[in-house]
Design a protein around this ligand. Structure first.
Ligand code: PLP
Length: 429
């Protein structure tokens, strides 16, 4: 038998490919709730939630138990061959959290795969091919998902040709709105950019879908206005276009409501779900109406692992924890304290230009004295927070913002302690 190398000798920089760029040199050993312990025994606070994934906290006992129990029963029962209870239970539990029209679930394995599925479904339902996406959006790194992604050129650069038939309007980035006129009307100018696509570039009856991140994620945690979102909904309805909301990052309680779109009083035609749904297991979903799903002929889309038994058991347990512990409610309450605290720090330190977000999907944008994006300050704050064993990550095209996305189980003391760390880190600039 070949003996495993001592774990202290394992060096990720030598073993893992460069493309897996990392924020930290930390090698994780185990985790619980907000905390991760490294292989040296040092405890870190995870204010990244593994990029918005462990909404129930690391290794929630009910999720762990569900994974353990299911893995001893059946791990893989391919969805085209056998149905199984975890997938069906998780489907029902997921649709119970959604408006009645979002009543069927197609299970996939990652956010990008859910986006691929949603785009394909929209094409089948409408019989059309064009897609409207938003400048600054992030939807994943597979070819179609990359084609609708414009948050940073590094995601799509050097991979041409990408999918054709995609038209881009700017995502409402209200902090940096470029238009003339009163601030409260900037959302209307952004909306007019979508209408301009119909004047200049694409016939509305060629458009299958408008694909929107309900709250922009990687692109900078921008929150659109309710009026903008509702006008897009009306536009889609008027032209028979599928409104797809990408809830991969904004869903599963993150924004202080179960789904980000609940803040905007709209009902989309299709949503994508990932990240928080599996508490860390690789599971995602496309959700739409049965009428739409009925148009998808058997075998015209699918995959070997979609709806994996252990993953959907984790999803079902996650959905139960979300409800039983009212995690969206806790996200709203803790998010309010976090946002107030960050705004207080912003008042003392003009290097923070904007604090924005919903619930526990929050970011602080750093600026130079003349208001330009300031990734250098962001890097220093991240490094100073790491000195106090607090993990944070960035967002934004220029890495100009720091996102604060703890597990939704976080408590008030943890939030207040974090605000102390953040203030000291900003003060150290
Ligand atoms: C809104 C959104 N959509 C899609 C994705 C892609 O998800 P994945 O990395 O699981 O493919 C992400 C990932 O960050 C995301 O934030």
């Amino acid at each position: 038998m070949v003996s495993a190398p001592e774990r202290v000798t394992l060096n990720p920089a030598e073993i893992m490919p460069r493309v897996v760029g990392r924020y930290t040199p930390v090698v994780a050993d185990h985790a619980e709730g907000l905390y991760v312990w490294d292989t040296e025994g040092t405890r870190w606070e995870d204010w990244t939630s593994g990029i918005g994934v462990v909404n129930t906290g690391h290794c929630h006992p009910r999720v762990v138990a569900a994974i353990q129990e299911q893995s001893a029963k059946i791990i893989h029962s391919q969805a085209n061959i056998l149905a199984h209870e975890p997938m069906m239970r998780a489907s029902l539990a997921l649709t119970e959290t959604l408006p009645p029209s979002l009543n069927q679930v197609f299970w996939t394995n990652s956010g990008a795969e859910a986006v691929e599925g949603a785009l394909k479904l929209a094409k089948i339902v409408t019989g059309r091919s064009a897609i409207i996406a938003f400048r600054g959006a992030f939807h994943g790194r597979t070819h179609a998902a990359m084609s609708v992604t414009t948050s940073r050129v590094k995601v799509r650069g050097h991979y041409e040709p990408l999918l054709s038939g995609i038209y881009y309007a700017p995502y409402p980035y209200l902090y940096r709105a470029p238009y003339k006129g009163p601030a409260e009307e900037q959302d209307l100018r952004y909306f007019e950019e979508i209408e301009m696509l119909f004047e200049q570039m694409v016939m509305p009856d060629d458009v299958a879908a408008v694909l929107i991140e309900t709250v922009a994620g990687e692109g900078g945690y921008m929150v659109p206005t309710k009026r903008w979102m509702q006008k897009v909904r009306e536009l889609c309805t008027k032209h028979g276009i599928m409104m797809i909301l990408d809830e991969v990052q904004s869903g599963m309680g993150r924004t202080g409501k179960m789904w980000g779109f609940e803040h905007f009083d709209v009902v989309p035609d299709i949503i994508t779900v990932a990240k928080g749904i599996g508490s860390g297991m690789p599971v995602s979903a496309v959700v739409s109406s049965k009428a739409n799903m009925d148009k998808w002929a058997p075998g015209s889309h699918g995959g070997t692992y979609g709806g994996n038994a252990v993953c959907t058991a984790a999803a079902y347990a996650t959905l139960q924890v979300m409800k039983d512990e009212d995690l969206p409610g806790n996200a709203a309450r803790m998010g309010a304290i976090l946002m107030d605290g960050l705004r207080e720090i912003q008042r003392d330190y003009p290097v923070i230009g904007d604090v924005r977000g919903l619930g526990l999907m929050v970011a602080a944008e750093f600026v130079t004295p003349d208001g330009a994006p300031n990734p250098a300050a962001v890097n220093k704050v991240l490094a100073a927070a790491m000195q106090e064993h607090v993990l944070l990550i960035t967002c934004g095209t220029f890495d100009q913002a720091i996102r604060v996305i703890p597990p939704l189980t976080v408590n008030e003391q943890q939030v207040r302690d974090f605000l102390g760390v953040f203030r000291r880190a900003v003060a150290s600039l």
